[in-house]
Design a protein around this ligand. Structure first.
Ligand SMILES: [Zn+2]
Length: 332
């Protein structure tokens, strides 16, 4: 079977190519893709930085590289062993098996969950993978009532995490960013306060907020040297504060955070999906949160693109086009 797919054929260049899909195995499901999220973790791949590097995912081994891992789709066909899904079901999940920016997609059934709505508008925004990543972080933090938490970064993943954390009885839930519109959004999603690091001294403000003690949990979600330094420097000292590293780091770091690690001595928690001890549990929690209205996916998905406009989608995502929070590709 053929599937029209947007694959990366060289740095910053997507092309539409008909890929041959392999035969469906007995434990797999064939999906007609409704949507696939553009993920900022793929920016480096888009620039060609990762392609062919040792140890990368098979999708990045060579050109054409297969991007797109946040798939929502309708079940078109099921393998002979499958009884948990039927044709027509809408599913999402940990869709790392191929190119998500495609008309059709094959995934192992044990990586998928059903989306519990028949409303196409809701189905289209039900991206399981980022929700799983968010619930993984929440689970890994191990939150206590009264905790103080700061999230550095005001992008899509920060806003999802914030929305999940806002359901807990926290003393402070602060977001640091540098876009006024996104920070306003963060206040609507439950931040107790926000700081624009462009026009104020974020470190000073964060320390003031906590009476110079610092935070129980500091989540680094911006992915640059300054944000990493800020996140490490506001951890409560010598109290087993948790420093969560969740961003993609591609910049060369020209400073050391060793001093903060020695003196503040936080526990470092890597907040990446593969750190999860049970991704399917996290995925199911994410879908439950979506159903309960905890994760405001519809407000966060600001841009939609056809398969042929994927290039524009990546450019908008990288350049943070006006009003852009998260984009999806809708191939069918
Ligand atoms: Zn992603």
């Amino acid at each position: 079977m053929k599937s029209l797919s947007a694959v990366l054929t060289k740095p910053k260049k997507f092309e539409l190519i008909e890929l041959d899909l392999p035969d469906l195995k007995k434990d797999q499901v064939l999906l007609k893709v409704i949507s696939c999220g553009i993920c900022s973790t793929e920016h480096d791949a888009y620039y060609g930085k990762l392609i062919g590097s040792p140890g990368v995912s098979f999708r990045y081994k060579k050109y054409p590289a297969l991007l797109g891992h946040e798939v929502v789709g309708h079940v078109m066909e099921v393998g002979s062993d499958i009884n948990q899904f039927k044709i027509g079901d809408c599913v999402t999940g940990l869709t790392y098996s191929g190119c998500g920016f495609s008309e059709y997609f094959i995934e192992n059934a044990d990586m998928l969950v059903k989306i519990d709505t028949s409303d196409l508008k809701q189905q289209i925004v039900s991206l399981g993978e980022p929700l799983m990543a968010t619930c993984n972080i929440i689970n890994q933090i191990g939150i206590n009532s009264g905790d103080t938490i700061v999230i550095i970064g005001d992008g899509y993943m920060s806003q999802l995490l914030l929305s999940g954390l806002s359901r807990y009885t926290l003393k402070h839930l602060v977001v640091v960013g540098h876009h006024d519109s996104r920070l306003e959004m963060a206040l609507n999603f439950g931040a107790t306060s926000v700081i624009n690091s462009k026009n104020s001294d974020a470190w000073k403000k964060l320390m003031e907020l906590t009476n110079n003690i610092g935070f129980d949990v500091s989540v680094e979600y911006a992915g640059n040297a300054d944000s990493l330094r800020l996140a490490a420097s506001v951890c409560k000292a010598k109290k087993r504060a948790k420093l969560v590293l969740a961003a993609s780091y591609s910049e060369k770091m020209e400073f050391s955070i060793a001093n903060y690690l020695q003196n503040r001595a936080p526990i470092i928690i890597p907040g990446y999906p593969n750190q999860s001890d049970n991704k399917i549990r996290d995925l199911e929690q994410g879908m439950l949160g979506l159903q309960k209205g905890i994760f405001p996916m519809e407000k966060l998905i600001t841009h939609r693109y056809k398969l042929e406009d994927i290039q524009q989608g990546f450019e908008d995502s990288i350049n943070r086009a006006e009003g852009y929070i998260k984009g999806i590709i809708t191939p069918n």
